[in-house]
Design a protein around this ligand. Sequence first.
Ligand code: TYD
Length: 395
Amino acid sequence: MRCKITNKQLNPFMSFGKMPIANGFLNKNDFSKEFFFNMEIGFNEEIGLFQLNDHPKPETMFNKNYPFFTGSSVYMKAHFKMYAESLKKFLKSDSRIIEIGSNDGTFLKNFVDSYENVLGFEPSKNVADKAMKQNIPTENIFFNRENVRNFKEYLGNTDLICASNVICHVPDLKNLIEAVDLLLSKSGTFVFEEPYLGSMFERVSYDQIYDEHIYMFSVTSVSKIFEKFNFVLVDVFPQITHGGSMRYVIKRKNFKDKSDNVKKTLITERDRKLDKIESCLNFKENCELSKLKIIKKIKAFKEEGKSICGYGATSKSTTILNYCNIGTNLIDYICDTTTEKIGKFSPGMHIPIKNMDYFKKNQTDCVYLFAWNHKDEILNKEKDFKGKWFSHVEV
Ligand code: TYD
């Protein structure tokens, strides 16, 4: 595939093999029609961008029944409240605010009482409906150049455009940035946060890679990408969410007041070689070691006669289970709170998804914490579980 920003051919340096749609939880009678793609990764050294070589069409992933609700984590709700508070410094009382990929409205909810002009763009119907039921203005469409043109007349001059865990999902970044350009006011701010390449390399949390996560950004890559479109990265804030994320603050090119955080992080990234293929090749080796280690651990549990279930039918778990070839011979079931997933089977490996009541009544000796990024929240809830928690990452 060609990189959408530089139009250069990408040479994959690693393959995770055949992968299904990460959020494609399915019924038994759909097993035979399941969609798979070859999950390969490439690195564009010119802009330091880590990306999937090929990916399914967004319409295949963000359809009428997307089974992810931002509001399913109490911690994430609190995080979005603080995030929203920190952005109010960019706003006037009559400012317009847009969120790209607004999901169930968890983030925008923090603005609707004090600001009149709030709008979410959300392509997945079920989550957009949930937001609208809570009176959060939402357009059930993709945020792209073609769609936002129809809104320019009354949405031009938007002071704040934000996104969380969304920009890495957008295959055509050029188109997205041009759409931002159409709507953002002259002194407007575009803020987004995404899982961070540096954290993924450090933790070997390769499960951050799946069909929806087309890019894994770094400060280097974001800075270089936006420069190409007359924008400038003016600040960055590391976040602990999703196992290590970065918040990026973007302004139009003429903005002068750049924080030192950007400069300092660019130097750190250069020292860590995050802008070079070497760090990717090192990551590749670490993924292969991680795979061997987790398979060995699970097989040892089984040899000791221990039963295992998974906790959190996350998108991330699809990568782990398929890459490591872990199926029902090793894991009995995965428990989860999401109604849309319960009663279905995990993508590719077809492990049954059960509700939390089932987990309470059918406790296993060991639990693979697939939602490891919510460890504190989950362990706090599950204090009564006396078995062993484990995961492929240290948290
Ligand atoms: P997350 O790591 O945000 O998901 P993803 O890898 O898909 O981005 O985890 C969300 C999933 O974890 C979702 O299916 C709900 C489930 N979950 C629970 O079942 N219980 C919990 O306490 C939490 C926080 C999440």
